[in-house]
Write a protein that binds this ligand. Structure first.
Ligand code: IVH
Length: 667
């Protein structure tokens, strides 16, 4: 064998082992630096040897931006769900039922965690991951292999072991608490809707059409069942121990239980102890250990008779509602917040809870001074889930939504089709003005050093700021006299404002606070319109044709640029010298992002000519080829690519990549 190919194989094994040590065993044996060096070496060698390409190589975990729908796959064995119970007594009933059905005096159960995520079935053949499918309706699910491959704790290729030639492993894809919190913080910043709990976040992420984004979010997986013809053992417990040996993440919280007493003890222990786990759990699962007994018990249409889920009670507390306040955000949306008599809930003191919107307030039929139930469950922000009407004071009146803005007194508007009330006084309502300026200067927007929320409030109070354009008129001598502004801090702010003139167009767009335009949609918008004048004059139909821009966002954009106030601000920002045009792509940097990739170009494009794309491919380490073959990594394709090429690509299963996605890929 060519020594470089041998080295490729060696590096793949070594990197797979380190991935296992880090993500599964939680016991890394080399530094990140050393790991990166090995990865780099493998990437370089793979680029040199395209014939050794392997879709399961550790280099392939980063995920591509390929956008295509999911293929539907039929499960070989149906994916059933579990019947639920909420009391220990019902679990005891289950045990008695099972003993009777099997006609045995005692039955051995396995108690384990019920992970709160979304289920997955993964098939391995000859130790290689061949397919990952969601539960779907239990019979047919979505093929999400590309997304699952990005999850580092899932083995792509098993080390040598006693695994059967073909088997299926089932488990739960989860988003650990820390990754969930990080994701929601980011979404809050971008004013995108928050995920209510890690389960929604995990299933939403797994179904995304962009594996690179999936890779970024930090999913993890826990496995709880093996299926196949030649499993190593005749019982569940030992099979799971084998799966653990093969490199799967199988929870150590798994115990053989021989009596009702042991089952009850297991429940009471984990009922509290589970709160210390890094992932969300919503109960325990009890399974009959013997596979022969499992087979004898069989299943109903919905769930197996050999297993049962015991669900944890969500923790809740009863406390008094002191008042409801209405807060105004930077886009004018009014958020109702319940102020509560402080109460201890899952280890933290809760004083405030979100009431979300008017509809929720109505549904709860919440009255002033009510005793209310607060829950934390899977959510980060505690919420009110019910009212104890028995203890209601008979003279109390229902909580009503404010009709006028609590900050500026303007009558509120309810956007059609939405639950939110909005203060329309965009340019006169103080918290909206301050919120927009604070957003404009923030790190992910214009990244202006030397100014934060407090300074924004201070400069507004001093009469120096009324809108974002005023920033560019600020003079050092105006600042110098103010509290907290010494020479150094003044220079820092003035310099920061000057530097912000180099911030690229897409971030300027994001910074403007166009309702609903977050970081990502601003990027897509910038790339599609290229400059602000195109955007200002773009008709609605053309706006909605842009990826990710629906009719609601398009209307927001139109409304924003039709506004006289905004027009004036935009012109002032333009004279200040802000970037109102997408940066010239001629300065696309060289990289090795396309190393090892053979790319065919097909069709005509709007952002670059074919020759330019050829150059871009080469500048980024890729190879441009004239015709499609098995070796083609992907096709840079426009909508009008030739039908013959399209068919050949389809036959060979070669992905088509749009020019937008391609440019994003190399960015
Ligand atoms: S066993 C045929 N074990 O809970 C029985 N399920 O409510 C298959 N789940 O769809 C399920 N942790 O997504 C099993 N330790 C565990 C589990 C578990 C979480 C999920 C799974 C299933 C759902 C049923």
């Amino acid at each position: 064998m060519n020594p470089e190919i041998a080295r490729i194989n060696e590096l793949r094994d070594e990197l797979n082992r380190h991935n296992y040590n880090y993500y599964v065993a939680n016991n890394p044996t080399i530094s990140d630096f050393e790991f990166d060096a090995l990865m780099k070496e493998l990437q370089t060698l793979e680029a040199k040897h395209p014939e050794a390409f392997d879709p399961l190589s550790p280099t392939q975990r980063v995920g591509s931006d390929i956008t295509k729908g999911f293929t539907q796959v039929r499960h070989e064995k149906q994916m059933l769900s579990l019947s639920n119970t909420y009391s220990v007594a019902e679990v005891d009933d289950f045990i008695n039922r099972t003993r009777q059905a099997l006609q045995v005096p005692d039955v051995t159960l396995v108690g384990e965690m019920k992970f709160d995520g979304t289920s997955i079935s993964i098939t391995y053949e000859n130790g290689r991951l061949v397919r990952a499918v969601t539960r779907g309706d239990g019979t047919v699910g979505d093929d999400v292999t590309e997304n699952v491959k990005t999850i580092r704790s899932i083995p792509l290729q098993l080390p040598k072991g006693d695994w059967p030639e073909k088997f299926e492993v089932r488990g739960e894809i989860v988003l650990p608490w820390d990754a969930f919190d990080r994701l929601n913080k980011e979404r809050e910043f971008n004013e995108e809707p928050l995920f209510a709990n890690p389960r929604n976040a995990a299933s939403g992420t797994l179904k995304m059409q962009n594996p690179a984004e999936v890779a970024r979010r930090g999913l993890d997986a826990w496995f709880y069942y093996l299926l196949g013809d030649n499993l190593p053992a005749d019982n569940h417990f030992d099979n799971m121990a084998a799966a653990r040996r093969w490199g799967f993440k199988v929870s150590k919280i798994m115990k053989r239980l021989h009596s009702i007493k042991e089952v009850d003890d297991f429940i009471s222990y984990w009922d509290t102890e589970r709160k210390t786990l890094p992932v969300a759990t919503d109960g325990l699962v009890f399974k009959v250990d013997s596979l022969r007994q499992q087979l004898n018990l069989g299943a109903t249409a919905k769930s197996p008779r050999w297993a049962i889920a015991y669900k944890f009670q969500a923790e809740r507390a009863l406390t008094r509602l002191k008042s409801v306040s209405f807060e105004v955000g930077r886009t004018g949306v009014i958020t109702p917040v319940a102020n509560l008599e402080p109460v201890l809930l899952s280890g933290t003191i809760v004083k405030r809870a979100s009431l979300h919107n008017e509809d929720i307030i109505r549904q709860l039929d919440i009255h002033d001074d009510d005793m209310v139930y607060v829950e934390k469950g899977g959510e980060i922000i505690p919420k009110i889930t019910g009212v104890d009407t028995d203890s209601r004071n008979m003279f109390s009146t229902p909580v009503t939504f404010v009709s006028h803005c609590p900050a500026c007194g303007t009558p509120l508007l309810r956007i059609e089709g939405e639950a939110a009330w909005v203060c329309p006084n965009k340019y006169g309502c103080p918290p909206q003005i301050a919120g927009r300026i604070a957003h404009f200067v923030s790190r992910k927007a214009m990244n202006i050093d030397g100014i934060g929320e407090e300074t924004v409030d201070q400069l507004i109070a001093a009469g120096l700021l009324k809108n974002i354009a005023d920033l560019y008129d600020l003079k050092a001598d105006q600042l110098m006299g103010l509290e907290r502004f010494a020479v150094k801090s003044t220079i820092k702010l003035i310099e920061g404002i000057k530097d912000s003139k180099n911030i690229p167009f897409e971030r300027v767009l994001f910074a403007l606070s166009i309702p609903g335009i977050g970081e990502i949609s601003a990027k897509k918008l910038a790339r599609a319109v290229k400059n602000i004048d195109n955007l200002i004059s773009m008709p609605l139909e053309q706006l909605t044709a842009i990826e990710d821009i629906g009719s609601g966002l398009a209307a927001n954009i139109k409304e924003y640029f039709d506004d006289e106030n905004n027009k004036a601000i935009i012109e002032r920002l333009r004279s200040a010298g802000l970037q109102f045009e997408i940066a010239q792509d001629t300065n696309i940097e060289t990289s090795d992002k396309l190393a090892g990739k053979t790319i065919v170009i097909s069709g005509t494009f709007s952002l670059h000519s074919r020759d330019e794309y050829k150059a871009i491919i080469e500048q980024n380490g890729g190879k441009n080829a004239g015709s499609i073959s098995k070796k083609t990594s992907f096709i840079l394709a426009s909508e009008n690519m030739g039908p013959a090429k399209a068919e050949k690509a389809n036959l060979l299963g070669i992905p088509l990549i749009s020019e937008d996605d391609f440019l994003q890929m190399i960015q």
